[in-house]
Design a binder for this molecule. Structure first.
Ligand SMILES: Nc1ncnc2c1ncn2[C@@H]1O[C@H](COP(=O)(O)OP(=O)(O)O)[C@@H](O)[C@H]1O
Ligand SMILES: [Mg+2]
Length: 366
């Protein structure tokens, strides 16, 4: 008799990986490819199938400014370690000269200042955010193209063998780390693909981004990114990276969702200052549309939007709190006034006191 065969579903994930997927999707907009790659690697790690003697995974994130490359790593740390700042972030712009590497690995014994240096990448530092449940580190080398060759050489060893040798010869193990590198490399080439069709009509921008996303423009952009990376980085470096992901440019639907996330974050900040739910905070549709208009600049992606929210919502709200115009128990409505061309801030007392009875005699006398 023939054997019973069952078709399996290798794309189906375990519960923990599924949870991570959902958490990341809630926080990161429009970058599903990046999310899928990360979750795939995490699943492999959870099952115990990550290749031994190497980092759990290594990723190169390319793509336009403000498309969520750095944020994705923060969101991962937030989802798994409970704090977006639990990602170990190395800002590569601070390591443009080879001598600055001592900040990362410490200097050899005998060197001036040896005792004072606490290497940023010691084993304790790398493990510092581990939790009871999650013994993983997320190490981010941000804007990697700015780093000096000395940093590149360090990275080669880490990517290949999951080992970093410190100045005093101690070894740091990275086999429980996910390594992320981000770069805006190729962003100008990507812009060149987007730009010629942008023209001057601001309204056309979203349409173009929509076209880019669905059509073969995505491929073109992706290829431009990877091409630029290959030109800049050596083959031995590129070959050691597990996943190269090119982030998509963000269009209006994505920016709209990000605006909502940002406004939720502002509300959260207000709660932290005044007390949970002490102020009801509403930004109505008209105000949101205005923020979106002010905050859209395709060159800077969501960064520009974030700045618009800081300037137009956070700063005025801080003033209202500092001057006690807004206090616990109030409701704040942020609206848009078309005549003024700006946002207006309205307070609605939560408990509206009944209008006081005015005796007719007195008012007649007055
Ligand atoms: N895809 C996205 N989803 C959600 N928020 C985003 C996204 N892209 C950017 N942002 C917001 O904009 C900010 C700047 O984005 P960032 O990740 O630093 O951009 P970059 O791609 O240049 O590293 C983030 O902190 C986040 O608040
Ligand atoms: Mg970044």
């Amino acid at each position: 008799m023939g054997r019973l065969r069952t078709l399996l579903e290798p794309q189906k994930m375990g519960r923990e990986a599924e949870t991570l997927l959902n958490n990341l999707r809630k926080r990161i907009v429009g970058q599903d490819e990046a999310i899928r790659q990360i979750v795939g690697v995490y699943q492999t790690y959870l099952t115990g199938m990550a290749s031994p003697g190497r980092p759990v995974g290594s990723f190169l994130f390319l793509g336009p400014t403000g498309s969520g490359k750095t944020r994705t790593v923060e969101a991962l740390a937030e989802s798994l370690l409970g704090d977006p700042r639990a990602a170990i972030k190395i800002d590569c712009a601070e390591f443009q000269h080879s001598h600055e590497i001592a900040k990362l690995i410490g200097s050899p014994p005998g060197y001036l200042g040896h005792r004072e240096t606490h290497p940023l990448l010691s084993q304790e530092a790398v493990n510092q955010y581990h939790t009871e449940k999650v013994k993983l580190s997320f190490v981010l080398f941000d804007e990697i193209e700015k780093a000096s060759d000395a940093l590149w050489n360090l990275l080669l060893g880490v990517l290949d063998k999951a080992v970093l040798t410190l100045g005093d010869n101690r070894r740091v193990d990275f086999s429980r780390a996910m390594i992320f590198m981000t770069s805006n490399l190729g962003a100008s080439e990507m812009n060149a693909i987007v730009r010629p069709r942008l023209g001057f009509a601001a309204g056309a921008a979203d349409e173009i981004v929509a076209q880019i996303r669905e059509g073969n423009q995505t491929d073109k952009i992706s290829r431009a990114g990877k091409e630029a990376a290959r030109k800049k980085f050596s083959p031995e470096f590129m070959n050691r990276i597990d996943k190269t992901v090119v982030f998509n440019p963000l269009g209006e639907p994505e920016l709209k969702k990000i605006l909502n996330l940002e406004l939720e974050a502002v509300e959260e900040r207000v709660s932290q200052v005044v007390g949970a739910n002490a102020i009801r905070f509403t930004v109505n549709q008209r105000a949101q549309a205005f923020l979106l208009r002010e905050g859209t600049d395709l060159r800077y992606g969501a960064r520009h939007l974030k700045r618009a929210v800081e300037r137009l919502v956070v700063e005025p709200t801080s003033n209202l709190l500092a001057t006690q115009q807004l206090e616990a128990g109030d409701s704040l409505l942020v609206d848009f006034d078309a005549d003024l061309g700006s946002l207006t801030f309205l307070k609605e007392a939560r408990e509206i006191a009944p209008p006081r009875q005015v005796s007719s005699g007195k008012s007649a006398a007055a």
